[in-house]
Design a protein around this ligand. Structure first.
Ligand code: PAF
Length: 273
């Protein structure tokens, strides 16, 4: 694996490629979910690039930036095993200058759900993703559906800024018991992991009600909420694929989204129906 830590040499490498480039941006602490993105990207592209950068601008001041898991050595091993060609591992000064321009998330879709709970979060995400997409010169970039709102906002940025890259959504990887994989799961104790299953159980309950023919979102949410108790729920919402909140849902255009706290650990999950 070629490892790049500075933008100039990385850019020289990416711009000299003549084959398709698949790109998987990450914040490290790589797990099976990331590996599934890499596997898919490897199948669909000649060159596979991964970035690991814990992006400070997408963390709010009270969030877990300082304790976010950093496991560079293990992550490099995982990237080697996944057969990637290049790994981009920049530090903060490489990625940001003082008084940089930045991308603002859309006013409506960027400021509901996660955007409402974490104001400014998506400005940070879109800014770094734009930089990374331009730096990697990616043909295809792979994002997990686990971060549904992030994925939708990135797709919209790519569309509206006419960026020359295809965004490829990838299904959420789950443990056998249903828990959506996340780097933040390592904050959970054994008992909290069991509590955390309430998120996916609630989503699966919603999916079952829909499979049984229920379409009224209020009724579905009431049932889903029962599965989440007694967790502290930040939001439980039913939207279409463009994040419009719905009263009556439509099949093949429905997202069930949940964010809840297990102790002090904030978890999100969703299902695309
Ligand atoms: O999903 C993530 O890990 C991050 O938000 C991303 C896309 C790498 C941007 O920092």
């Amino acid at each position: 694996v070629k490892i790049f830590r500075d933008c100039a040499s990385f850019l020289e490498f990416t711009k000299s490629q003549t084959e398709t480039i698949g790109f998987v941006p990450t914040m490290g602490a790589l797990h099976e979910g990331h590996i599934s993105l890499m596997t898919r990207a490897k199948q669909e592209n000649k060159i596979l690039i991964v970035s690991i950068f814990v992006n400070p601008t997408q963390f709010l001041p009270n969030e877990d930036l300082s304790k976010y898991p950093r496991r560079e050595e293990a992550d490099i091993k995982i990237c080697e095993l996944a057969g990637i060609d290049a790994l981009f591992l920049p530090n903060i000064d490489e990625m940001y200058n003082q008084d940089d321009p930045k991308v603002c998330a859309p006013n409506i879709r960027g400021f509901i759900l996660e955007g409402f709970q974490r104001p400014g979060h998506y400005d940070g995400v879109l800014t770094i993703v734009l930089k990374l997409l331009m730096l990697t010169n990616a043909t295809n970039a792979y994002f997990g559906q686990k971060d549904a709102q992030q994925l939708i906002l990135i797709e919209e940025m790519v569309r509206r800024f006419y960026l020359p890259v295809k965004i490829v959504p990838c299904p959420t990887a789950r443990d056998d018991d249903g828990l959506a994989l996340s780097s933040r799961n390592i904050y959970l104790s054994a008992e909290q992991k069991i509590e955390a299953l309430k998120l996916s159980k609630s989503l699966f309950c919603g999916a079952k009600l829909i499979a049984n023919g229920l379409r009224n979102c209020k009724h579905i949410k009431e049932q889903m909420l029962k599965e989440l108790l007694p967790l502290s729920v930040d939001y439980l919402e039913i939207t279409d694929y463009e994040l419009n909140i719905k009263d009556e849902l439509v099949l093949s255009n429905t997202l069930l989204l949940v964010a809840a706290r297990v102790g002090s650990v904030r978890l999100i999950d969703n299902l695309w129906i």
